[in-house]
Design a protein around this ligand. Structure first.
Ligand SMILES: C[S@@+](CC[C@H](N)C(=O)[O-])C[C@H]1O[C@@H](n2cnc3c(N)ncnc32)[C@H](O)[C@@H]1O
Length: 340
């Protein structure tokens, strides 16, 4: 066994302490650089990871509770039905349970409860770009699972992977749930998975969630809820620019729109300018012009079929252990193992 024994403790060790409502100067600097780059190119785009400040993280919690957003319930069903089988396949040896893009930990708790039942010795390591997500995750997990050993890391995925690769030879079980993989454009998904492979030890496991291709109206409804929460979620990119970079976006002058691109198999989300306008961003000392109908791409959410998932695993060095589906086969959690 490659693992070292952990001392038992329920202390959490956030690498950066949860802050107030504005990001750290380093995060703001990178944000400014990415906004400048994204709004200077044509077509314009903004990285979706910047949606997740406090407001965006709160809005995502609301999205997960929407009836149209089937993804959450499907994955909860899978984890409740097969969590025990998954953990039996993985084994209950000493592990780091590492979750990338962890969110609030509602789903993770199902697997953690399995580990607790078996008295497995493990450390939970949620990694998320949002300090509010890490804060909520840690608070919820400690309230519901007393004695859990948890170390939160506020970090972008790739920095989190660098951190992981510098760890000792403890066995890792990496969770990448909620169809986070779908937010990467296909070449980025390969880059991400090969970096993950490099950061992992031989025989480590990855449990990864995929939203599957299905009837297009079901897909469209999930990204066009009747309460308009998804609109606010996407518009939060512009609100955040206003809050943190001294932007002057009038949110009434941009409308959220999404469509399904059947060539890439992806829901594409946009903010569309409602008039010819020029918007100043003070911290960039620049204004950006938008024509009526011009779009800012805010998010891609790629949908997969089984063959895509299997190709993705194999060409990035993972062996497929098992695919788990919900009863409607809307969603899959796929268990892979690193082979080196
Ligand atoms: C769609 S939510 C899913 C949350 C959780 N995995 C679930 O299934 O409920 C995406 C999560 O990933 C985080 N995230 C998005 N982009 C990220 C990035 N580039 N690096 C690290 N975390 C990221 C967000 O803050 C958010 O908590």
């Amino acid at each position: 066994m490659r693992s070292k024994k952990n001392s038992n403790s329920d202390r959490s060790y956030p690498m950066e302490l949860p802050d107030k409502e504005v990001s750290s100067p380093q995060v703001q600097q990178k944000f400014a650089k990415d906004v400048l780059e994204g709004l200077s190119r044509l077509p314009k785009s903004l990285p979706c990871k910047y949606i997740y400040d406090k407001q965006g993280t709160d809005l995502f919690q609301q999205i997960m509770a929407l009836p149209e957003y089937y993804l959450t319930n499907c994955e909860i069903e899978i984890l409740k039905s097969y969590g025990k089988d998954m953990m039996n396949m993985i084994g209950y040896q000493q592990i780091n349970l590492v979750e990338l893009g962890a969110g609030n930990g509602e789903k993770t708790r199902i697997l953690v409860q399995e580990l607790m039942k078996k008295k497995a010795e493990f450390t939970m390591i949620p990694i998320d770009i949002s300090q509010w997500a890490i804060d909520t995750f840690t608070r919820n997990m400690k309230a519901r699972i007393p004695g859990i050993r948890i170390k939160g890391l506020v970090s972008e995925y790739f920095k989190g992977l660098r951190w992981l690769s510098n760890q000792n030879k403890q066995s890792n079980v990496v969770l990448f749930l909620g169809s986070n993989i779908g937010n990467f454009e296909p070449p980025e998904a390969d880059t991400f998975l090969s970096s993950l492979w490099n950061a992992c030890n031989d025989r480590d496991f990855l449990l990864i969630g995929f939203d599957l291709k299905k009837e297009i109206p079901v897909l469209l409804d999930a990204y066009n809820d009747s309460q308009g929460i998804t609109d606010l979620f996407n518009l939060n990119l512009l609100s955040r620019i206003n809050r943190e970079l001294g932007g002057h976006f009038d949110l009434e002058q941009f409308k959220y729109q999404s469509n399904y691109d059947s060539v890439s198999g992806s829901i594409k989300s946009y903010l569309i300018s409602q008039q010819n306008q020029s918007v100043m961003i003070d911290k960039l000392n620049r204004s950006f012009s938008f024509e009526t109908g011009e779009s800012i791409h805010t998010e891609s959410s790629t949908k997969y079929q089984l063959e895509d998932i299997e190709d993705l695993a194999r060409r990035n060095g993972f062996s497929i252990i098992h695919h788990f589906f919900d009863s409607r086969r809307y969603f899959a959690d796929s268990l892979w193992q690193v082979t080196k």
